[in-house]
Ligand binder design. Structure first.
Ligand SMILES: Nc1ncnc2c1ncn2[C@@H]1O[C@H](COP(=O)(O)OP(=O)(O)OP(=O)(O)O)[C@@H](O)[C@H]1O
Length: 406
């Protein structure tokens, strides 16, 4: 019997793929520009997604996420720059790219008046894959088997979204490109989609997904890229970005020159102000041109400096700085007394009282919060509220973006 796991992704790495690997990137985007009318909506976007990663592409409405995705999905020709999926240039060989990607657009429609099985068999036939065995495997993988005889029209939004995912798995693509896969879903459906994505990653798929909802991504993505007004302001593994920002903050707080900035492959800078200074204002200024089909050959760009694939900067070692986390404590009685007892404690970096709350910076894990609470309770200080800092991804997002829209 064909099973989901034997049919899908058997050859790819099943675990541990998030760590840096010498393998070439599965998705390679270099100096991508796009312009609608006379407005640049993508400006010099460059990033890599390694094999087996779940890459979250984050940005506010209108930042350019869908435009980037449509280029990757071969639906839109870039004005300049180069995009390769699994080593294939999307402009030079879009048909080959389509065979290795499964693309789920935002707000995709589904045919309503057929059953779930009929829907999948229809697409399996159009993908020219053996419909019965593959549809069985996809139904099993996406847990839609019980609903296979149900009319699509009668399915919930979450289930329709799951059906969309099932459809793009039929040809067993290596790379999944999902535009806002969890938007409009209730919390349960969102969690179910997240679990399915993790399962697909376990089968070796590389997953690129976009979202403007940070919390739906933070516990599923291995890496992120943040796009603002068409510019990529940061990209890389979440913990590396976080450690770097922490090191920069610590150095600046002590009046030292910031440590050398970590530049993920191809990304210009971590900090928006620097990105704005460093980035060219137009593809013409950057000397970047589009890869264009030329009879049977990979194309030379017109500008010799751009003709070779642009080389990303080698990543610099990331300085190790202990990551400072923050928590706010609401105490009964005098908050200054609580602050007094916490100052100088192991792992406590800073303590101050503001707005009646005790703000504590600490290093280590969240057990440190439990230790602080115990310590204060033993000194007869009652705790009535504990408010840990924002989640890591929210913190990064707020720090590297400026809230600009285009
Ligand atoms: N076909 C088009 N013609 C003109 N402008 C467009 C077109 N498609 C998108 N845009 C503009 O390009 C910019 C980027 O749009 P895009 O859809 O890529 O953003 P997004 O980050 O996906 O936003 P959202 O989260 O709202 O989907 C927006 O200002 C949008 O209005």
């Amino acid at each position: 019997m064909v099973t989901a796991s034997s049919t899908f992704g058997g050859s790819a790495p099943a675990s541990g793929a998030a760590s840096p690997s010498p393998a070439p990137p599965t998705i390679r985007v270099r100096h991508l520009w796009h312009r609608f009318a006379n407005r640049d909506v993508l400006r010099d976007v460059t990033f890599d997604v390694g094999p087996g990663e779940i890459f979250g592409f984050i940005g506010p409405n209108g930042a350019g996420k869908t435009t980037t995705i449509r280029v990757m999905a071969t639906l839109l020709e870039p004005m300049a720059g180069r995009v390769e999926i699994d080593g294939i240039d999307v402009t030079l060989d879009p048909d080959a790219v389509r065979k290795v990607i499964g693309y789920m657009p935002d707000h995709a429609g589904v045919y309503d008046r057929i059953t779930v099985r009929e829907y999948l068999e229809f697409f399996a036939d159009s993908f020219r894959v053996p419909s019965i065995s593959v549809v069985d495997a996809v139904l099993e993988l996406t847990d839609l088997g019980k609903l296979q005889d149900r009319l699509v029209a009668e399915m919930s939004k979450g289930m329709k979204q799951r059906l969309q995912l099932a459809r793009i798995l039929l040809h067993d693509p290596k790379v999944l490109i999902l535009d806002e896969p969890a938007s409009d879903l209730d919390p349960r459906a969102r969690i179910e989609i997240r679990d399915l994505l993790l399962e697909l990653r376990g089968l070796g798929k590389t997953i690129f997904l976009s979202s403007h909802i940070l919390t739906e991504l933070s516990d599923v993505c291995t890496s992120i890229g943040i796009l603002e007004r068409g510019r990529l302001v940061v990209a890389g593994p979440i913990h590396e970005i976080s450690a770097r920002l922490e090191a920069i903050r610590a150095a600046e707080a002590h009046g030292h020159a910031p440590p050398p900035r970590y530049v993920p492959p191809g990304v210009r800078a971590l900090v928006p102000a620097q990105a704005a200074q460093a980035a060219p204002a137009s593809p013409e200024a950057a000397g970047v041109v589009q890869s264009a089909p030329v009879a049977g050959a990979a194309v030379a760009a017109t500008d010799p400096s751009a003709s070779a694939a642009p080389q990303p900067q080698a990543p610099q070692p990331i300085p190790q700085a202990p990551s400072v986390r923050r928590v706010k404590l609401r105490v009964l009685g005098n908050p200054e007394a609580a602050a007094y007892f916490l100052r100088g404690g192991p792992g406590i970096v800073e303590v101050h009282v503001m707005g009646g709350l005790v703000h504590v910076g600490y290093t280590g894990t969240e057990t440190k919060i439990a230790e602080m609470v115990t310590h204060l309770v033993h000194r007869n200080i009652g705790i009535v509220g504990v408010e840990p800092e924002r989640n890591e991804l929210e913190r990064i997002f707020l720090e590297v973006t400026r809230g600009d829209v285009q």
